[in-house]
Design a binder for this molecule. Sequence first.
Ligand SMILES: C[S@@+](CC[C@H](N)C(=O)[O-])C[C@H]1O[C@@H](n2cnc3c(N)ncnc32)[C@H](O)[C@@H]1O
Length: 228
Amino acid sequence: MESLTELANHFGSDKGTVPPGPGFRGNDYTSIYEAYLEGYRDRAFSLVEIGLGVKGDRWEAKIVQGRNTGGASVKMWRNYFPRAHIYGLDVNECAYLDDERTRTFVADQGNVEDLAAFVEAVPSFDVVVDDGSHRPDHQQISLDFLFPHLSPGGLYFIEDLFDNGLGDGRTGRTASDRVLNTRSVLKHYLATGTFPEPHALANVESWQDEIASIDFHVEDKLCAIRKH
Ligand SMILES: C[S@@+](CC[C@H](N)C(=O)[O-])C[C@H]1O[C@@H](n2cnc3c(N)ncnc32)[C@H](O)[C@@H]1O
């Protein structure tokens, strides 16, 4: 059986160790995911990924190049977890990835109406991986909305935590000055038990007691939030 890293490299996701092409790096998130998720390998469980790396009008997905023909991480997850159900959210339509264990939804992770439509179809899940816009407001809106739908003991991962929020001086499609960057919001919570403003965790008081742990990996670019 291939490792998650081998599958990421094969399909051209930047979660592995070989970059999909120029302008990308191999982030080696897969060794972290394997450590957390090895025990899920033969389980029938549900994994949600936000941001699938697919071409479309609403986001220029530069990652789709070379051996990456679109949806690399969906292909990686469904090969690694032969009994899992994979749900994918993306602003770009990609129903061509759907099969008997895979279902994609057109959804903007920063739009609660889109997220509500998703949880109406899929009310609960075991693992979430946020690899979407990487904007801190979007990351926080999605976490706030989806964490309550995570099953007990579930895991919520957020990739590519950057200095891209208020006060960080970063601009572009992966930045927002509406809120503090997600890494600093979560680290402040770990240190103090409170979430610093401004953030976009509108309902966090109703679910923060369900946080069992928050851990950072790969130079603090990836976090794993476990639910009690
Ligand atoms: C870095 S790519 C994902 C790569 C993929 N997960 C992989 O490992 O191969 C980011 C994806 O997020 C999608 N995206 C961008 N903004 C989004 C948003 N607001 N909501 C949902 N998806 C978004 C883009 O269309 C793109 O397909």
